[in-house]
Design a protein around this ligand. Structure first.
Ligand code: ZN
Length: 134
């Protein structure tokens, strides 16, 4: 793993939270993106090398809506940038980590992503992400 690429935060209201984080970070949101497959709207902020990704559910049945129902708003996942996501998935699998998907899929921000189950990662949902080279 190369570095923490971003931190994902589940929010109820994108409008409210975006304003809050703009004030908090002193940086504007530089991108919104809808990820249809995850039923989620995202907003990105950049601070140094690390980004903050706000996640708002676009569907009451979506994973973020369910997460907020159970745990409330807040930290949702930590994403690590990797050079070769398939190799990293193999490495983690061989060491007993439970992955939430068999194949990487396309996430927000031009990334291939895969989630690692929080039960095998100290209670934290981890995301592996590899930048898709244009
Ligand atoms: Zn993420």
């Amino acid at each position: 793993m190369l570095r923490v690429e971003h931190i994902g935060i589940a929010v109820k209201s994108m409008a409210e939270s975006q304003q809050l984080f703009e004030t908090l970070l002193g940086a504007p949101c530089y991108k919104h993106e809808i990820v249809e497959s995850e039923k989620v709207t995202t907003a990105f902020f950049q601070k140094g090398e690390t980004k903050i990704e706000l996640l708002e559910s676009s569907d009451p049945e979506g994973v973020i809506a369910k997460f907020i129902e159970k745990k409330g708003e807040g930290l949702h996942h930590i994403a690590f940038e990797v050079e070769d996501i398939r190799a990293e998935m193999e490495r983690l699998k061989s060491q007993g980590f439970k992955l939430l998907m068999e194949e990487p899929k396309r996430g927000a921000d031009d990334k291939l992503i895969c989630f690692v189950h929080p039960k095998s990662a100290g209670g934290v949902l981890l995301e592996l992400c590899q930048t898709i080279k244009q």
